[in-house]
Design a binder for this molecule. Structure first.
Ligand code: NAP
Length: 277
C-alpha cells in the first residue's frame, strides 16, 4: 500500500504543487486546510491529479481536529506561513489583472493599510513558528504511541518545514527570525523523524500566466537578478546578498520529494540546492 503523505496548507500556492508532485510519485496524499477545499484551477492537468488527493478540513492550531490523520503518516509537510502580519496582503497577492500599481506597493507594506488584523493567529510567532512546532509535536506524539520497533524506523518518516532563504528589504525582521526559531525547534525532534528544512526565495508558478501583483514582483526581481549578473557580473557582494534568484513552486516541490525519498537526508536545503533540482 502507498505510504501516507500529509500536507498542511495543501491547497495553498506552494502546497498544491507539493500535493501534485506527491501524487505523481505514487503517495496517498491528504491535504489539510481550514476550508478543506481543493484549490481553484482551470487546467485539465490539475483536475486529474486533484481527484487523487483527499482534501480535508482542520485547523492546525487545534491538534484534536487532525491528530488521527497523522497516526499512520510517513511524511508530513508544513506549508503555511505569512510574510506580513496583515491579512490584506494575501488577498492582494492572489488578485488577477490590475492596473492599480498601489496594490503592488500595498503588498510591500508601503501603501495604505486600511484593514485591522482579523485573526489573533495572524502573527509571525503563531503562523510561522508555533503552528509548525504544534504540528511537529502532534506528529511526535503519534509516533510515541507506536511500538518500540515502529518508533525506531526514524529514516522512514519525515517532517518538512517550508522556511525561507532570508529576509526581504522592507519586511520586518520578525519574519525571518520566526522561521529560523521554528527550524531550531523542529531539528530538535530528529530522534522521531527526519527534519527537512526548505529555504526557498520568492516563488512563482510555472503554469500561472495571469498578470497580477505576483507576476509584477516576479518580473521586477528577475530584472534585478539579471542586471546584477550580466551588468555587475556579481562582483558586489552586498548586491549578491540582496538580490536573490526566484524559484518556481514546481522546483521547490520536486526538491522536497527528492529529499523525502532519500532516507539518509535530513537538515537544511538551501535556495541554491533547490535550484539544482
Ligand atoms: N510565496 C512565496 O513566495 C514564499 C517565499 C518563501 C517562503 N514561503 C513560505 O512557503 C510557505 C507556503 O506559502 P504560500 O504562499 O504557498 O502560502 P498560502 O498560499 O497562503 O497557503 C497556505 C495555506 O494554508 C492554509 N491555512 C492557513 N491557516 C491555516 C490553519 N490555521 N490551519 C490549517 N490550514 C491553514 C490555507 O488554506 P485555508 O485558508 O483553506 O485554511 C492556505 O491555503 C509559507 O511557509 C511561506 O512563508 C513562501
Amino acid at each position: 500500500m502507498a505510504s501516507k503523505f500529509v500536507v498542511f496548507g495543501g491547497n495553498g500556492f506552494l502546497g498544491k504543487r507539493i500535493c501534485q508532485e506527491a501524487v505523481t510519485a505514487g503517495y496517498q496524499v491528504v491535504s489539510v486546510s481550514r476550508s478543506g477545499k481543493a484549490p481553484h484551477s482551470t487546467e485539465l492537468n490539475d483536475k486529474q491529479w486533484m481527484q487523487e488527493v483527499q482534501w480535508t478540513a482542520a485547523d492546525i492550531f487545534k491538534p484534536d481536529s487532525y491528530h488521527m490523520l497523522l497516526k499512520d503518516a510517513a511524511n508530513v509537510v508544513h506549508t503555511l506561513g505569512i510574510l506580513l502580519e496583515n491579512e490584506n496582503y494575501k488577498k492582494t497577492l492572489s488578485k488577477t489583472p490590475t492596473n492599480d500599481s498601489r496594490s503592488h506597493l500595498l503588498f510591500l507594506g508601503t501603501g495604505p493599510n486600511p484593514l485591522k488584523k482579523e485573526s489573533p493567529y495572524f502573527t509571525y510567532e503563531m503562523m510561522n513558528k508555533q503552528s509548525a512546532i504544534m504540528l511537529a509535536n502532534t506528529f511526535k506524539q503519534e509516533i510515541i504511541k507506536k511500538s518500540k520497533k515502529e518508533q525506531a524506523k526514524v529514516n522512514g518518516r519525515s517532517f518538512t518545514y517550508i522556511s525561507a532563504d532570508r529576509g526581504f528589504p522592507m519586511i520586518p525582521s520578525g519574519y525571518i527570525n520566526s522561521k529560523r526559531e521554528a527550524e531550531l525547534e523542529i531539528e530538535k525532534m530528529q530522534e522521531y523523524f527526519r527534519p527537512i528544512i526548505m529555504r526557498p526565495g520568492f516563488m512563482f508558478d510555472e503554469h500561472r500566466n495571469a498578470i497580477g501583483p505576483r507576476s509584477f514582483i516576479h518580473g521586477a526581481l528577475e530584472l534585478l537578478y539579471c542586471g546584477n549578473k550580466f551588468l555587475l557580473q556579481n562582483k558586489l557582494q552586498f548586491m549578491n546578498e540582496l538580490i536573490r534568484p526566484t524559484v518556481s513552486t514546481q522546483q521547490v516541490s520536486h526538491s522536497i520529494l527528492t529529499k523525502i525519498e532519500n532516507p539518509d537526508f535530513k537538515g537544511v536545503v538551501s535556495l541554491e540546492e533547490i535550484l539544482k533540482a
